[in-house]
Design a binder for this molecule. Structure first.
Ligand code: ATP
Ligand code: MG
Ligand code: FE
Length: 336
């Protein structure tokens, strides 16, 4: 089975060829980060236009890297939501055009199902059920993966997503966009215990998250220092903020694993490439006797390979989309 998968939900134009669900024959990612840096974040109109310019080239590269042609394929997979509508539409239109021209089945994929599926690539032994913490630019969900593409949501963020919090704090301390990787790096030089930022707990909802409080606390800290004319240590702020976020992510995940008797724990999404989160989660899993799974960083942030893996399992379950497949910018996890 060979699937060509396309991803264009945000600011990466990506395509991949996946063999038998878990073998990645190619993984081409064209990132627009440099373009959006100028504006401090993703500009939707610019993202759509850039996707249009790049998509054919990225797909051709994915096929040629894999050493296959369109005639070898069994299906086309594509992210159809959630994401930026104009960006998603480029991938969806491309996928439909290829599927129509080559008379191939079309499989629409939920972007977050893709993030979770990234874990299958390098862990051939990993199969549902397992617990997964999804931490990306727009989502923070704690879920039980009951089966391929079947999720039971235990908790979610009440306000900002984890990645969003990293990006906002990075902007506040002048690190620029995208903030997550910059905070990750700068934290190495800082003291995580220098400043105590609040760890939000939500009464009666032990698996929910809230990150707007810690973000505000960082902003207040910066304002306070400015009023007093004091210099701040950006590395200490980065490390302390990161600790507050990572501690909560790990605590809630461990609690859920114990409560629901899960012995396998995975992480997924862009923030899952954070070194400190990876180390802290690995340590906590070891202490509690859970097996820990995480994708390599290249499969954590947006890519086509994870979409190809998710598309494969959807394809096997019989999921097929028609020519009316549309982009669904606010597609919920578990919806079709
Ligand atoms: P979503 O997947 O929710 O639709 P997205 O696709 O924009 O959103 P991803 O590409 O999955 O998000 O992840 C990007 C996010 O991950 C950004 O917020 C970025 O700052 C964050 N991120 C990337 N690397 C790191 C890191 N090393 N540490 C912390 N955050 C990181
Ligand atoms: Mg991105
Ligand atoms: Fe993503």
């Amino acid at each position: 089975n060979l699937i060509l998968a396309i991803e264009s939900s945000c600011d990466e134009t990506a395509a991949s060829v996946v063999k038998n669900g878990r073998t990645i024959l190619s993984n081409v990612i064209s990132s627009q980060i440099e373009l959006h840096k100028l504006y401090g974040g993703v500009v939707p109109e610019i993202a759509s236009r850039k996707h249009i310019e790049k998509i054919n080239q990225v797909v051709e590269q994915a096929l040629s890297d894999a050493g296959v042609t369109l005639d070898d394929l069994d299906a086309i997979g594509v992210t159809y939501g959630p994401g930026l509508v104009g960006a998603l539409l480029v991938g969806v239109a491309e996928a439909k055009a290829i599927a129509y021209a080559k008379k191939l089945p079309l499989v629409g994929v939920h972007h977050i199902e893709g993030h979770v599926s990234a874990n299958y690539i390098e862990h051939p032994d990993l199969e549902p059920p397992f617990l997964c913490l999804i931490v990306s630019g727009g989502h923070t969900h704690l879920v039980i993966v009951e089966d391929y593409g079947k999720f039971r949501i235990l908790g979610r963020t009440r306000d900002d997503a984890a990645g969003e919090a990293f990006d906002k704090v990075a902007r506040a301390i002048g690190l620029g966009y995208p903030g997550g990787p910059k905070i990750d790096k700068l934290s190495d030089e800082g003291n995580p215990d220098a400043i105590v930022f609040p760890k939000a707990k939500i009464e009666d909802c032990p698996y929910d998250f809230s990150f707007s409080g810690v973000k505000s606390a960082v902003l207040n800290y910066l304002n306070g220092a400015k009023m007093k004319g004091e210099e701040v240590n950006r590395a200490d702020i980065a490390a302390s903020f990161q600790k507050a976020v990572v501690d909560v992510l790990v605590e809630h995940t461990m609690q859920a694993a114990k409560d629901f008797h899960m012995d396998k724990v995975a992480i997924a999404g862009g923030v899952a490439s954070n070194k400190h989160l990876r180390e802290a989660m690995e340590k906590a899993c070891k202490e509690n006797g859970f097996r820990f799974y995480r994708p390599s960083p290249i499969f954590c942030t947006d890519n086509g390979a994870m979409i190809g893996v998710a598309a494969y399992y959807e394809f096997m379950k019989g999921t097929r989309h028609g020519w009316d497949l549309n982009a669904v910018p606010n597609l919920k996890l578990g919806e079709r």
